[in-house]
Design a binder for this molecule. Sequence first.
Ligand code: NAD
Length: 299
Amino acid sequence: MKVGVIGAGTMGSGIAQAFAQCAEVEKVYLCDIKQEFADGGKGKIVKAMDKLVAKGKMDQAAADAITAKVVPGLNEICVDPDLIVEAALERMDLKKACFKELQENIVKNPDCIYASNTSSLSITEIANGLQKPIIGMHFFNPAPVMKLIEIIAGINTPEEVVVKAMDIAKMLGKTPVQVNEAAGFAVNRILVPMINEAVCVYEAGVADVAGIDNGMKLGCNHPMGPLELGDFIGLDICLAIMDVIYEETHDSKYRACPLLRKMVRGNRLGVKTGLGFYDYSAGVKEKVPTSRQTLIGEA
Ligand SMILES: NC(=O)c1ccc[n+]([C@@H]2O[C@H](COP(=O)([O-])OP(=O)(O)OC[C@H]3O[C@@H](n4cnc5c(N)ncnc54)[C@H](O)[C@@H]3O)[C@@H](O)[C@H]2O)c1
């Protein structure tokens, strides 16, 4: 099987790694808008393999065979894939344009399946106006590790495409869960409003960063606190998901916290920009809570 992954960022490189590690997959095209971005995505996979070798979990020959399957480039290299997984930015116009270009001008395999890794957007709307159906294959971060894939059918997605997507998820060793189309699907509809509420609780001065995260870890047995999880996911992604759920439902309980929006506007996106609710300048493991003065502008 050959797979094209569109977008070589956090999710795209992880998804490409998950496919490359699968015996049934012979080639993974890892694509981005610039060759250097695609090369960077492959670089992350090489680093991940190096770590597995260093830990004795994989031998060098197996690691080399996995990385050799990953071909970085522009979207134009996706001529013969059996599956496309789109993991570009969370923007409807961009996803629609990407699929249109792939379906009409790039992919030559008539049986190719087109999947989107969108966190929240309508699969029906992405597919609207396209020649071929779209299915949602929602991976979780980090994609090589997390076991769940939400499989989302749009109103016009044929059942056979749903079945194939479920089988592909199982081929990867993941557990697929079929969910109905709804803003945020099932997991993010629950998870991201919780992260947003944690930001509101922080903004209101109810508890500090460590207090909120320790509270949810020790009081609710969550493996990560909501603020560190927001930093890890990317606060821009969290905001985009809140806005999509709010736009779709117009229910005020999904209103994004103003502090979340302000942080995104200030490029304080969490781990990926080195500053969010934690400061990562000394490394991810050595993170320290960001001061209230830095976050809110008050002592
Ligand atoms: N971050 C998460 O935890 C997470 C989890 C599940 C799903 N998602 C979804 O996955 C998608 C990607 O998220 P991410 O966190 O990897 O974002 P990211 O910003 O890390 O990466 C996006 C990449 O897409 C590239 N890109 C933009 N336009 C493109 C185009 N036209 N063609 C090819 N590449 C293009 C960008 O250059 C960038 O490298 C989004 O839809 C997001 O909602 C994210």
